[in-house]
Each structure stands twice: as structure tokens, then as C-alpha cells.
Design a protein around this ligand. Structure first.
Ligand code: SF4
Length: 499
């Protein structure tokens, strides 16, 4: 069952909101659903949703005015091509004539670096979408394609290749929440509420922080109103934000939910992760009352020195305290997330990590601890955007060593694939030379072997996306003009290297 928590409108302008993955994920994506709600409540627009496993449109493609894609993950391009194929749409915008809809995209992938994708879309949305999207819809429904593109290039946050673009930044006047509840969603029937956007911490690798500057939070009363509204429709509430506990009234929000639970309301509460340096007994108790059994903390790097290097100034005692508070206040287990391969990492850093893991294990007997590691992927628009990515073989050797040593300690561990993280680095720091490569990878089935064989076939040079960039040379994503300014990132990069 699917329940729209708003009254849709209709009209003559046919518009598709496409999600480049399966319906289950589409229905769990807050940004995608919120923009769909905007389209579905815009006068004169007939909006439909599609995803890779759900394309039952009643119109022919030639009757559609525009199609919008939401891209949250670097590998989403394969889902975009799959939908293009199913709708018989040519991949390249230059191969689509007037009879095809305008096709555009937005989301974190493009906000970070749109260049590898610009050959496929007529335009892209950079930054926060909720305000510019309304302007985009007004322009689309009232103009022909050519005139629409001219007008769109004037809208802040809209990138019509190759005109420089300013990223859109909103002031969070409206609280964003799940506008469509569904048991088919990955987060079944869950009403997700955005509490804050961005993060003040500015860890040197983090796009969630740097591409969402400045940190903003929603008005307390509006969050409470949203919680009450959500609880009329479901008992599952989740609070979202990269740094929700930085909301100045976060404790009051938690207290509000706690009082409701204690007065007999059956509420299931979820928050994505706990902030290691500010986990409190009350916070954990409220989560446990709300049915949460496990949670996650992120320590990001192996040693105190490395954490300082990346700006995650987290001390060993703070980590031990967070685990203790989680255990003593009713959680059954904790996932501890970290990275390997951060620039300047040495054997000593890894050894320090093992020492910490042993302390955590010894001091928390019977508590379920799992370590989860990804490998460092240098991301655009962060101070580490210029850095070299560590060699895959060397990362895999570190993974093996850690797995073996953690097993000896009786601690379970999980590792991301260093090979896939390698390709993620290529995609996220790539430029327009990647476009034919992406098409070829998709045609060859999209597995790791497809990347290797497409590379061989097309003979393109990806070394610069792995080895990093010189600070003097232009970067593919320089086309995005405003915050975070390159100079700010460069100053920070130099400061970190001096540490
Ligand atoms: S604390 Fe987390 S969300 Fe904030 S900057 Fe660091 S990694 Fe990003």
C-alpha cells in the first residue's frame, strides 16, 4: 500500500520523476520523494514516478514534457541508462531531437561533480533542490524546449552545460519529511524528518559537510509539528541529518518523543548514527525505548593522529565512553565505522587501531561490537580533493591484516571492496572524457570486469583521477562557482598537511 500524505494536483504537462534504482529504494529516498511531491502538487503538472523495476507510464515518451532523475550514488548512472533503454531514449542529449522530452538530473552526485554526466542531460540541478525545482517546473510547463533552456540557465542552481553555475542553498524554511508512506519502502512505513542539513565539523574528506555549507537546522516548533503529523499516519519515526545532535534543541526533540512513549504511545524511533563525542545516557535510553537495538558510531580513522589530520578531533577516551554509554543504557550492540587508506596513514596508525579495538572488546564484554571499514575515496569539493588514492593491492593487504588480527581478538569486521572504491574514485573525480566509458561499462553489464574491459577498449587515461591533482591545475568541477570556494579548500588542505 502506498499512502500520499498530501493532495495531488493534475494538469496537461506530463512530467516523470525517475529513480535510477528499484522502487524499494526510490520510496526510501527523502530528497527524491520530496521533489516528487512538489511536482505532484504543482498546478498544471501531471507527475508520475518511475524506477528501474516500475515503468508503467500511460503516455508515449513523445508526450512527456520532461524527465527528472535523482542521483544519490556514484554508480547510479547504470540505472539511468537502464531507464533510457526501457523508454527507448538515446543516451546522449546531442542524439535526442525535439520530439524527446527534456531530461535533467539532480542530487548529491551532480552537486559534487556534474562533469562525467553532462553529455547525457540537457541540464542539471546543483545544490539544494527544493526552491529551484519549483522555478524549473514553472519554466518547463510554460515554454518550448529551446526557450526553457535559455531561461533555465538564469536560475541559480541550474547548470546548462557549459555555463558556470552557482550552487543553490536554501534556508530550510520548510521541514522536509517523507510525503509518501509505503510498506514497499526499504524503510517500511517510516516517516523520516530532516532535522538539520550539513555538519559543522568539516572533516576533511566529507562531502555531506562541505557541499552543504553552511550548517543549517530546522525550526524546533516545525519539527514538533512534523512529528505530530507523521504520528497520525504511522508509528515509525526517523530523524535525519548528518549532525542531528548539533541542533540546538536536539535534547528537547528527543525528550518530546520520550514523553510520548512513556505516556503509552507506541513509537518506533530511529536515528541514523550517534555522534561519538556527544552520546548521552538520555539519548540512548530514548532510542532503546523507541525499539532501537543497535546503533552506529563513526570514528573515521585508525589513530588519534590521523583523526586530527582529517579534522575529526576524537580522542580514544571519547570513543571508549561512547561505547560504554551505549552498552550501559540498553543497546545490544554497536557498529563502529572507520576508514583505511587516508593520506599519511602508516603501520603505526593501524597498530594503534588494533590496540583500541582490544580495549573496546576488553572493557565491554558481552556487548556486540562490529567494525566496518571502507577505503578512503578522495571526493571533490573537500580539502582532500587533490589527494592521491592508495593503491588497491596495498589496501587489500591492510584489509586482510586487520581482518586476521580482529578475528584473533574475537571481534567481527566488514570491509568495503577496495576495487569498487577505486572505481568510485574515478567516477567521483572524473571529467567529461568518462562519458563513453560509462556507456560502455553499462553495455558490458556493469560488473567489475566491465570496467576493466571498457577501459582497455576505449584506451582512456584515468590515472589523474586516481593519482590526484596538482593544486595549480584546473579541476573538472571548477564549473561550480560558489561555496565551498576553492581557496578555502586549498587553505585547509595546506593546513592539514602541516599537521
Ligand atoms: S562528523 Fe560526520 S558528517 Fe560531520 S563532517 Fe565529519 S564525517 Fe562529515
Amino acid at each position: 500500500m502506498l499512502k500520499k500524505l498530501y493532495t495531488p494536483k493534475s494538469g496537461n504537462y506530463n512530467f516523470l520523476m525517475a529513480y535510477p534504482a528499484i522502487e524499494e529504494f526510490a520510496l526510501s529516498s527523502l530528497g527524491y520523494l520530496w521533489l516528487y511531491k512538489i511536482a505532484d502538487t504543482t498546478e498544471g503538472v501531471n507527475a508520475e514516478r518511475i524506477s528501474t523495476d516500475n515503468i508503467n507510464i500511460k503516455k508515449s515518451v513523445q508526450d512527456i514534457g520532461a524527465i527528472a532523475f535523482s542521483m544519490s550514488f556514484d554508480f547510479d548512472f547504470a540505472g539511468v541508462f537502464e531507464i533510457f533503454d526501457k523508454l527507448k531514449i538515446p543516451y546522449y542529449s546531442s542524439q535526442r531531437d525535439e520530439s524527446f522530452p527534456l531530461i535533467f538530473a539532480g542530487g548529491p552526485v551532480l552537486t559534487t561533480n556534474p562533469e562525467p554526466y553532462k553529455a547525457f542531460f540537457d541540464f542539471m540541478m546543483i545544490g539544494d533542490g527544493e526552491e529551484s525545482f519549483r522555478q524549473v517546473l514553472e519554466i518547463l510547463k510554460n515554454n518550448d524546449k529551446q526557450r526553457a533552456l535559455e531561461l533555465l540557465s538564469e536560475v541559480e542552481g541550474v547548470y546548462v552545460p557549459d555555463k558556470p553555475v552557482k550552487k543553490a542553498t536554501v534556508s530550510l524554511n520548510d521541514v522536509i519529511y517523507t510525503p509518501i508512506l509505503s510498506e514497499k519502502s526499504y524503510f517500511k512505513d517510516t516517516f523520516i524528518i530532516e532535522v538539520a542539513r550539513g555538519c559543522m565539523n568539516r572533516c576533511a574528506f566529507c562531502t555531506a559537510s562541505y557541499t552543504n555549507l553552511p550548517f543549517r537546522h530546522n525550526d524546533f516548533n516545525k519539527i514538533i509539528e512534523a512529528i505530530d503529523f507523521g504520528l497520525k499516519h504511522t508509528n515509525k519515526i526517523a530523524l535525519l541529518g548528518a549532525q542531528i545532535s548539533a541542533h540546538p534543541q536536539f535534547n528537547d526533540i528527543m525528550q518530546y518523543i520520550r514523553e510520548k512513549i512513556e505516556s503509552g504511545e507506541e513509537i518506533e524511533l530511529g536515528i541514523s548514527s550517534l555522534r561519538t563525542d556527544s552520546v548521552t545516557p538520555e539519548m540512548v535510553q530514548t532510542l532503546v525505548l523507541g525499539g532501537q537495538k543497535h546503533s552506529t558510531i563513526a570514528i573515521e580513522a585508525a589513530s588519534e593522529r590521523l583523526r586530527k589530520f582529517i579534522n575529526k578531533n576524537l580522542k580514544e577516551d571519547q570513543i571508549l565512553n561512547a561505547v560504554k554509554v551505549a552498552r550501559e543504557n540498553g543497546l545490544k550492540g554497536l557498529k563502529i565505522y572507520s576508514m583505511i587508506g587516508i593520506p599519511t596513514e602508516t603501520e603505526d596508525d593501524i597498530k594503534e587501531f588494533l590496540r583500541l579495538a582490544k580495549r573496546i572488546k576488553d572493557e565491554n564484554k558481552g556487548f556486540n561490537i562490529e567494525f566496518s571499514f571502507s577505503t578512503f575515496v578522495p571526493k571533490p569539493q573537500t580539502p582532500l580533493q587533490w589527494s592521491k588514492r592508495e593503491d588497491t593491492k596495498s589496501l587489500e593487504a591492510k584489509q586482510k591484516f586487520l581482518e586476521k588480527e580482529l578475528r584473533k581478538l574475537g571481534v567481527s569486521s566488514k570491509f568495503s571492496s577496495a576495487k569498487w572504491d577505486f572505481w568510485q574514485t574515478v567516477l567521483s573525480r572524473g571529467d567529461e572524457s568518462l562519458s563513453p566509458f560509462l556507456v560502455e561499462v553499462y553495455k558490458k553489464g556493469g560488473k567489475i570486469g566491465a570496467y576493466k574491459s571498457a577501459l582497455k577498449e576505449l584506451n582512456i587515461d584515468i590515472s589523474k583521477f586516481i593519482d590526484g591533482f596538482d593544486i595549480e591545475e584546473p579541476l573538472p568541477w571548477d564549473i561550480i562557482e560558489n561555496y565551498p570556494r576553492k581557496q578555502l579548500l586549498l587553505n585547509e588542505y595546506k593546513r592539514l598537511l602541516r599537521r
